[in-house]
Design a protein around this ligand. Structure first.
Ligand code: PLP
Length: 383
């Protein structure tokens, strides 16, 4: 069985496992304890913070370790919005992850915020001019993802961040899918907050980080002890922080070559499927997309049926977002891109990690094309 669902999650890298194992056994202390076991844990946490800050080009104190991408998005959006001295308006896009959209819905429902979701074009991209036009004097925050999880499309985040900075409006980006594939350094950019999740990068589930520029007031979501400089209470997940920092730093070293290679394999995968499956549609942008991401619609089929058929042929893939799979409703991302409901329900996503082998990509392309053909033949066969 080959795994083509890296956007849902990835296995833990051996180097990461080696780095985190002692933190569960010999070096298990609580970083708040004053004895030597506590000091060892505090040093490990400090190492993780400095390592992550090195990749992000920020100060170690600007990193808040969290439980993952969802918490980082929640903390950035609710934390920055609720701490803002004035204004009750947030600008975002129609294709954000539910961790962002549901945080916005919460602020609207319980705190009276006004939310503007800027539309996207047929490739899933927001127009920076459209975002700029949506900013008002009342805007307290703008949040636009770096790369979309369902269709892989990259957003013009630097341009939008600059426009926000020029107006003094904090800008957050969900970089959960981008980390490991694209630069995530915030140095010299207008990015004020950025979310990363460990399990998309070869660290375990349950660890993530939020970069948030130190001068910005941030209302914590979790109250308790003063950990993470009072921005996220609770005994720190030291092993998770070390795992995330290790995975992030390895991914950053390998990134330029890995992304270049993955782009070629992705293009081969996309071209092969489009060539072999009549009527197949690529979803998302052709070139401005994540290197390890290919997504399609196959009109006349059902996405779920294609997945099952592909699994029978030895390939594990997904119908779009792991969070929404199983839902009957078509993906809001695809409908926001202008696809009709019926077509949106035929979505299939193939995503791979930088370690993918060339023969696996060829196999996945063949398995997917074969799965769609078999389903179509079955539909046409007289009953
Ligand atoms: N944001 C994006 C773009 C994602 O793809 C995901 C997960 O798929 C998340 C946020 C949530 O991350 P986590 O699973 O770490 O909570």
């Amino acid at each position: 069985m080959i795994y083509f669902d890296a956007a849902a999650t990835t296995p833990v890298r051996p180097e990461v496992l080696a780095a985190l194992a002692p933190l569960y056994t010999s070096d298990f202390g609580n970083p708040s304890s004053v004895h030597s076991a506590g000091e060892t844990a505090a040093r490990a946490l400090d190492y993780a913070r400095r390592t992550a800050a090195g990749v992000l080009g920020c100060r170690p104190g600007d990193i808040v370790f969290t439980s993952g991408g969802t918490e980082s998005d929640n903390l950035a959006i609710k934390g920055l919005a609720l701490a803002a001295p004035q204004g009750r308006h947030i600008v975002s896009s129609a294709v954000e992850h539910p961790a962002v959209l549901e945080s916005l819905a919460y602020l609207q429902r319980l705190h009276g915020f006004r939310i503007t979701l800027v539309p996207v074009d047929g490739t899933g991209r927001v127009d920076p001019a459209g975002v700029e036009a949506a900013l008002t004097r009342d805007t307290t925050l703008c949040t636009i993802m770096t790369a979309n999880n369902e269709v892989g499309t990259l957003q013009p985040v630097s341009e939008i961040a600059e426009a926000c900075r020029a107006r003094g409006i904090p800008f957050h980006t969900d970089a959960v899918q981008a980390a490991g594939w694209l630069p995530v350094s915030v140095a010299g950019t207008g990015i004020d907050a950025l979310s990363i999740s460990g399990h998309k990068l070869g660290a375990p589930k349950g660890c993530g980080l939020l970069y948030v520029r130190g001068v910005l007031p941030l209302e914590p979501l979790i109250h308790g002890g003063g950990q993470e400089r009072g921005r996220r209470a609770g005994t720190e997940n030291v092993a998770g922080a070390v795992a995330l920092a290790t995975a992030l730093s390895l991914a950053e070293q390998e990134r330029p070559a890995a992304a270049e290679r993955a782009r070629k394999l992705r293009d081969y995968l996309i071209d092969t499927v489009l060539e072999q499956v009549p009527g197949a549609l690529l979803t998302g942008h052709r070139t401005e997309r994540l290197p390890g991401h290919a997504s399609f619609c196959f009109p006349g089929t059902s996405g779920e049926a294609v997945l099952l058929e592909a699994e029978r042929a030895g390939v594990l893939c997904s119908s779009g977002s792991a969070c929404a799979s199983g839902a009957d409703e078509p993906s809001p991302v695809l409908t926001a891109m202008g696809l009709d409901r019926e077509t949106a329900q035929t979505a299939v996503r193939l995503t791979f990690a930088p370690t993918v082998r060339e023969n696996e990509v060829a196999l996945a392309a063949r398995a997917l094309s074969g799965a769609v053909k078999r389903l179509r033949d079955l539909q046409q066969a007289p009953s």
